[in-house]
Ligand binder design. Structure first.
Ligand SMILES: [Zn+2]
Length: 155
């Protein structure tokens, strides 16, 4: 029998049954390793649409200026292409790369191995376990989690 209580997790609202380890890991690395992305990668993560130099919209123009100054120049054509028919594939590859690069740095529950909300969390929103920080090693030292065929951590 499932638990139908909704759990808020890094932008998702899931019940325990809806937990998706791949999406949870993506959300975690997107939040905590965003700074590691290239200027181009940061630019194409904007869901509202392509932010390019030729935009007419004043708000998009300000975002474009801000991102050019903060991250450096990104080619308009490359950005527009990332919003084309291959967008979901491009984003999927980006997230998979980010997750793979930081697999050992994702903070996971010591009991159920699901992804936690922050790198310093000591309470699991999923199985409700809690522990003391001194009981566990830093996530960097955690072994790569064992996953089943659907990519869900083995308990
Ligand atoms: Zn747990």
């Amino acid at each position: 029998m499932g638990d139908d209580r909704v759990i808020e997790f890094l932008g998702y609202k899931w019940t325990l049954d809806q937990y998706d380890d791949r999406l949870a890991a993506r959300a975690y690395v997107s939040k905590f390793f965003y700074y590691k992305l290239s200027a181009f990668e940061k630019r194409i993560l904007i869901e509202a649409g392509p932010v390019v130099s030729t935009t007419d919209h004043w708000k998009a123009k300000r975002i474009w200026q801000f991102m050019e100054e903060r991250d450096g120049h990104v080619d308009d054509d490359a950005v527009l292409q990332a919003y084309g028919p291959d967008r979901s594939k491009i984003l999927s590859l980006l997230f998979d790369r980010l997750v793979n690069e930081h697999l050992r740095e994702i903070n996971r529950c010591i009991k159920c191995n699901r992804v936690l909300r922050t790198w310093s969390a000591v309470r699991c929103p999923w199985c409700k376990s809690s522990w003391r920080k001194q009981d566990v090693q830093h996530p960097l030292a955690n072994p790569r989690p064992e996953l089943d065929s659907r990519g869900i951590p083995l308990l």
